[in-house]
Design a protein around this ligand. Structure first.
Ligand code: ADP
Length: 210
């Protein structure tokens, strides 16, 4: 960015002088200067001018949560066995306040996923939800998008976006294509992390007031 280069060469430098060197007026660059100052890249010294902030530790922005691991933010998984009826799975979704429910086979390994719309489809298709097991309507392995403890939150969020899904099981691989479920990561988890990053950054004064 040009402003940073100018400050680097001529610091301390006033806003007016930066504007002069850019061939524009100060109001034109006011928003940029404010952003660069708030993000800790520039320091505004009263009556002196702008200087480059060389101390990253002073940078109020904390994006370290992007590097947090899935294991640090996952929530408990909600799952049923394949034989569970659609009705009972829906009841469990309400009781556990989940959106998506995971399905395990008789040995406890991940075998499927059922989303809210999967349930709605089964009801609109007049299925007998008391008799039909979730195994009939679930999306099956090996097509389940999953994550694991050591992946970063950002990698998990990218998978959720890329595959346009609401939720993923966190798994531990215990054999060839055999997975035990150890938790879940959902869009809600990602939203919570996003809010934490915003608060930690002190952006809009939220962090500093708490
Ligand atoms: P909804 O359909 O309620 O909006 P999703 O977008 O998560 O919820 O689900 C869309 C479709 O993708 C559904 O058919 C569901 O079975 C499937 N699905 C949901 N989560 C996963 C996942 N982790 N891996 C593979 N398929 C999934």
């Amino acid at each position: 960015m040009k402003i940073i280069e100018i400050v680097q060469k001529h610091q301390p430098i006033t806003g007016n002088d930066i504007a002069d060197r850019l061939g524009c007026t100060k109001p034109t660059i006011r928003a940029d200067l404010s952003l660069l100052t708030r993000s800790g890249i520039l320091d505004a010294k009263p009556n002196v001018g702008y200087i480059l902030n060389h101390k990253p530790a002073d940078n109020p922005h904390d994006f370290s949560l992007f590097r947090a691991k899935v294991k640090d933010v996952k929530s408990p998984a909600v799952y049923v066995e394949e034989e569970c009826s659609i009705h009972d799975a829906i009841v469990k979704i309400f009781l556990k306040d989940a959106g998506t429910i995971f399905v395990v086979d008789a040995d406890g390994y991940l075998s499927g996923v059922v989303s809210r719309k999967d349930f709605l489809k089964s009801i609109m298709g007049n299925m007998n939800i008391h008799n039909v097991p979730v195994g009939v309507i679930m999306t099956r392995m090996p097509n389940i998008i999953h994550t694991h403890d050591e992946e970063t939150v950002l990698q998990a969020a990218m998978k959720i976006m890329e595959h346009k899904i609401d939720s993923m099981p966190v798994v531990e691989e215990v054999g060839n294509n055999l997975y035990k479920i150890t938790g879940r990561i959902s869009k809600t988890t990602i939203s919570k992390v996003f809010v934490e990053i915003g608060k930690n950054s002190g952006e809009w004064g939220v962090g500093s007031e708490e």
